[in-house]
Design a protein around this ligand. Sequence first.
Ligand SMILES: Cc1ncc(C[n+]2csc(CCOP(=O)(O)OP(=O)(O)O)c2C)c(N)n1
Ligand SMILES: [Mg+2]
Length: 372
Amino acid sequence: MTTMEPLTVIAEDGATNGYDPGLSEEELLHCYRTMLRVRAFDEICLKLQRSGRIGFSIPNLGIEATQVGGASAFKKSDWLFPSYRDFGMALFHGVTPLDMMHNMYGNGLDTSKGRQMPVHFSFVDPIHFVSISSPIGTHIPQAVGAAYAAQVRGEDTAVLASFGDGGTSSLGFHSGLNFAGVWKSPVVFLCQNNGWAISCPIEEQSATDGFAVKAQAYGMPGVVVDGNDLLAVRKVTLEAVERARNGDGPTLIEAKTFRMGGHSTSDDPYKYVPAEQYEEWGKKDPVDRFERFLEASGLWKKGGRDELYAEALAEMSAAAAKAQSTKAPGLETIFSDVYADVPAHLRSQGEFLFELGKRRGDADAGGGEFPL
Ligand SMILES: Cc1ncc(C[n+]2csc(CCOP(=O)(O)OP(=O)(O)O)c2C)c(N)n1
Ligand SMILES: [Mg+2]
């Protein structure tokens, strides 16, 4: 049942094996543009972090085709439980860079009201993009729970759980896959094998040959796909989504890709990733590959990328400037969203805090008063 050779669709020269991805010209260009917008978002965030404007970011370089190809298989009515390295999934489905930047700054317009770290996005609209969970693997059983709920309600919903190679060592991976396998829940497990879990290489993560093989233990199909080939990722994910919607249960997909940057803006990968790995994977760049496909299909003219990338950088810069000038969350938000009626002890703590804020001149940060 387990296919160990990674499936590919786009050959090195951009030719395909005849697979029809079922995307219009405009949708194919949207995929390409989304990958470039992820790169631009990353570039701006790195600068913002290095200049002390935001605290943290996660680079996506090298993983863009897995994110966009995988996300493209889902409808807006589906539910995504992404990893923190899935910016392309949000952008593909129409989340605006501004909404993402509000989270990077944790400002008053951040959907999490500044209570989460940067890159911990959560959106209800235009797609159910469930809040990133920092503890690795904890979102896997959450995704299975959402899939089970859809199953119980008889809804035609498919759910995505996206996680890394390191995520397979979590307890959530075992309990999530076991439950989904037994209950045949409509969930797609997308394991992004990018070679590293921070500084832990895959050889030290698991004794198995890859990660798709683990599907066997949970009674579901496991497939391996070339994660730098957007159309191949789309193909296997679409098939998995179809199985899910047909009531045939979950699938474990292993997308083989490579993290071309650091784990986050906080580490120096050149201290632990051997240079040969960057060299080898640098030649397999997912954006170059997709561009060659577009050229071979007559949809794109060589040389247009710089202009598109410059546009994307301007878009991300403008979003960052707006998010930066947006006020911080109001003090009162510390007490909101938990109790319908704030209990007396919290009310008195709040009043003390608002008063203190006023005296210190911080009350500007959103008003700071009840009712919430
Ligand atoms: C339970 C838990 N243990 C450790 C960490 C620290 N941590 C954050 S990211 C990460 C690596 C995860 O690697 P992987 O799943 O391969 O995802 P990638 O970053 O490569 O996309 C670790 C160990 C954590 N967040 N949660
Ligand atoms: Mg990894």
